[in-house]
Ligand binder design. Structure first.
Ligand code: AHR
Length: 328
């Protein structure tokens, strides 16, 4: 028996619809595997800043439709090297990483170059003689951050009686890391010509709250009332330091002048309360920039070699009443 004509047409249309649906599913799949694959090696989770930086990269990848392979090295350069080698073996499109220290990256970067994988250095910088080993650095100008901290202290000194001298304890970040080396250099260069500012000591608190507290306790034991200014290389260590000052019955912001770097919301709140005197901004919000650069690199477009975030200092002399929430 012959099928009615309309049934034949209906069957053909249904088959066509199924085929088209199949095609469009396939296109979605293809699209997914075409999406840029970014290997990102984060150095750790030592501070609120770092956690904000990881979140910024994750959220920006999601928004940009970038497939992200994220590895956290928990403060170990060895683990970062392993992560970078795994990205190379996996043949990701682009690698980004925040190097825990400046030295020791040339070999792995040469391997990435040989594999034809472009590299973005994010946040911290590396020390290399071969500039062709990476495509872009995007992050903060750590030297300028040290300069801003020094400039604040010079301004503070100018408000105090002329015979005042100020003894500074510097609480540095991870030894051999670029923010540690450059913040220190910027600060020292800025206050060097002022004989009334003296750097009493410099100790590393590894950018962590607990170590910041331990170091400041030790410095208070050693120098007592001679310890008049704290220059902490990040907010996390400064929070630990404030606990230590409290234990010694000292009022931070008054008995001890406190300068910090990062600009986390908690640090800005402490500045508004008068417990901190100056916070130099260092933004962790680098995710969007990384995604844009990664896309340009994949498409073979020219990219700027050095991209610095625009940053400022927040001080006790500023009106901070209209400052937007920091977001980290
Ligand atoms: O490299 C940036 C520094 O690393 C931030 O100042 C600090 O908080 C982080 O751990």
């Amino acid at each position: 028996m012959r099928k009615p004509r309309f049934l034949v047409i209906l069957t053909v249309l249904t088959l066509l619809a199924i085929a088209l649906a199949g095609c469009s599913n396939q296109t979605q799949e293809e699209k997914k595997s075409d999406a840029l694959l970014l290997g990102f090696s984060q150095l750790g989770s030592e501070s609120g800043w770092r956690i904000g930086n990881t979140k910024s990269v994750q959220e920006a990848a999601e928004a940009a439709g970038v497939r992200l392979m994220l590895e956290n090295a928990n403060q170990s350069q060895e683990k970062q090297l392993t992560a970078l080698r795994s990205f190379i073996a996996y043949r990701v499109d682009v690698i980004a990483f925040s190097p825990i220290v400046q030295e020791g990256w040339d070999n792995v970067l040469r391997e990435a170059k040989e594999a034809g994988i472009p590299v973005i250095i994010e946040d911290r910088t590396i020390d290399t003689d071969d500039e062709t080993l990476y495509a872009v650095h995007v992050g903060s100008d750590f030297y300028s951050e040290g300069v801003m901290a020094g400039e604040y202290l010079l301004k503070k000194l100018s408000t105090l009686p002329p015979e005042t001298t100020l003894n500074v304890v510097e609480l540095t970040g991870t030894q051999g890391s670029s923010p540690m080396l450059l913040r220190s250099a910027g600060f020292r260069d800025t206050v060097a010509a002022e004989p009334r500012i003296r750097i009493l000591d410099s100790v590393s608190g590894d950018f962590m709250i607990s170590k910041g507290k331990e170091c400041v306790r030790a410095m208070l034991e050693k120098y007592g009332a001679e310890f008049q200014v704290l220059f902490s290389h990040n907010d996390a260590m400064m929070y630990g330091a404030l606990d230590a000052f409290g234990e010694y019955g000292l009022t931070s912001g008054k008995d001890v002048i406190v300068i910090s770097v990062d600009g986390e919301q908690r640090a800005i709140d402490l500045l508004k309360e008068g417990k901190v005197n100056c916070v130099v901004e260092c933004t962790p919000m680098l995710g969007e920039a990384i995604m844009q650069i990664a896309r340009d690199l994949k498409d073979g477009k020219p990219v700027e070699r050095e991209i610095y975030s625009s940053e400022r200092a927040f001080t006790e002399f500023d009106d901070l009443s209209r400052l937007a929430p920091r977001g980290y």
